[in-house]
Design a protein around this ligand. Structure first.
Ligand code: ZN
Length: 408
């Protein structure tokens, strides 16, 4: 009965959730690596919201970072004590958002001017990770309004720096705060459209950049130089082909079932069409099945570069930007999975299943620390895109699931 009352209560909170979402989206929180000033202002806004709710404690854990004007990358932990203080559930979401990308692609509204349309809130950070962040807060609001102390202690963590590797975010927080091996950790950052996918494993991640150095010359006299643009394209295709061929495994547990090796960003080069570029900088984003050692992937890239150096006379500099080996996938039968499945069934009438993905999230750092963390939420997967949005219906029903995870 208590369950039903809580579910109805959370439905009532929909307008407040939308309001909180819009308030938070208005404050950009972009990493210094992407030209932003970090999460400080957004954290301030969030604290104002949190302080009105009646948590038993709200604490800040600032990581120092001189690249942002405040010198701080905020991490916040808000706790609602349960009947049991030893049994704890964590819901971990992130404050930071990715840059807006090409501004003209935002046709519904400007990235930081949130707008409600067709049951969705549009704006940068609405799906990633605003929806879950707000849903987690209002799960607690729902319980508080009913005067219910949940069975488990609920700790909400709001962290910085997720989009750039989490050094100033969850990695810092894991050092500062005690996370128990038996704590139930949910990281609602990613999922599928109907909320039936519980993610238990991630691929290893490898980001690298290749600087190709040739010799700049006039467009009409390519023989006088060495076209770094052409060589870089050939190199990129060769790496693409080599990695796919050397690391072909399929594992249907994962979505996508194979390792992926994608040439992504390229830095802009010359200013004019009639200049043969003397330098090129290209990037790869690789997501590698945990069966492979990523050092072997790096070795293959180095081998291709050595070949091309001999063949073309160009110089190459390989720089690893991010290299994270995936921990072993956690067991499908851990308590947090069972609990989440039950909560999803009760709140939404759906049977959830488990699997792995290519995208990294904060969950990986818990798994590395030996704490089984799952990632789950209900999203249309519009994160990092123009016209990013959150379906209000998903925000409300995910909030119900979070409340039940604390309660059941
Ligand atoms: Zn995210």
């Amino acid at each position: 009965m208590r369950t039903e009352v809580v579910l109805r209560q959370i439905e009532q909170l929909e307008p407040e959730m939308v309001e909180a979402m819009m308030r938070l989206v208005r404050v950009p929180a972009i990493a210094p690596e992407s030209g932003g000033d970090g999460e400080q202002l957004k954290a301030k806004e969030l604290l104002e919201i949190l302080n009105k709710i009646g948590f038993d404690s709200v604490e800040r854990f600032d990581a120092e970072d001189s690249r942002v004007s405040s010198g701080k990358r905020p991490n916040i932990v808000a706790v609602l004590r349960g009947e049991s203080e030893t049994e704890k559930v964590w819901i971990v979401t992130h404050l930071d958002v990715v840059p807006v990308g090409e501004e003209t692609f935002w046709t519904v509204t400007k990235p930081f001017e949130p707008l409600v349309r067709n049951g969705r809130v549009f704006g940068r950070g609405c799906e990633d990770n605003g929806q879950s962040l707000v849903a987690s807060i209002f799960a607690v609001v729902g319980l508080k309004r009913l005067g219910i102390r949940p069975k488990r202690t609920v700790s909400l963590a709001f962290v910085s720096d997720e989009e750039q590797g989490s050094k100033f975010g969850i990695q810092y927080l894991i050092e500062k705060v005690h996370f128990g091996k038996d704590d139930l950790v949910v990281v609602p950052d990613g999922g599928n459209g109907d909320g039936t996918f519980i993610e238990l494993a991630e691929k290893s991640l490898l980001w690298f950049r290749i600087r190709t150095i040739g010799k700049q010359t006039h467009g009409s006299l390519p023989n006088k130089g060495l076209n770094a643009n052409r060589i870089a394209m050939q190199v990129a295709l060769a790496i693409d082909e080599r990695l796919h061929r050397k690391f072909p495994l399929r594992d249907e547990f994962f979505d996508v079932p194979t390792s992926t090796f994608e040439p992504t960003k390229r830095e802009r080069n010359v200013e004019a069409v009639n200049i043969v570029p003397g330098e090129d900088v290209s990037y790869f984003d690789c997501r590698v099945l945990p069966n492979y050692n990523i050092d072997e992937v790096v070795a293959e890239v180095e081998a291709v570069l050595a070949e091309f150096k001999g063949k073309t006379g160009a110089d190459f500099k390989l720089e690893l930007l991010s290299k994270q080996s995936a921990p072993k996938p956690i067991e499908g039968k851990t308590k947090v999975v069972a609990l989440l499945k039950t909560a999803i069934k009760k709140a939404r009438g759906l049977d959830a299943y488990v699997g792995g993905i290519g995208g990294g999230s904060c969950a990986v750092f818990f798994r590395k620390a030996g704490i089984p963390a799952v990632s789950w939420s209900t999203v249309d997967e519009v994160a990092h895109q123009a016209n990013e949005y959150s379906k209000i219906e998903n925000m409300v029903s995910d909030s119900k699931v979070f409340a039940l995870v604390a309660l059941l």
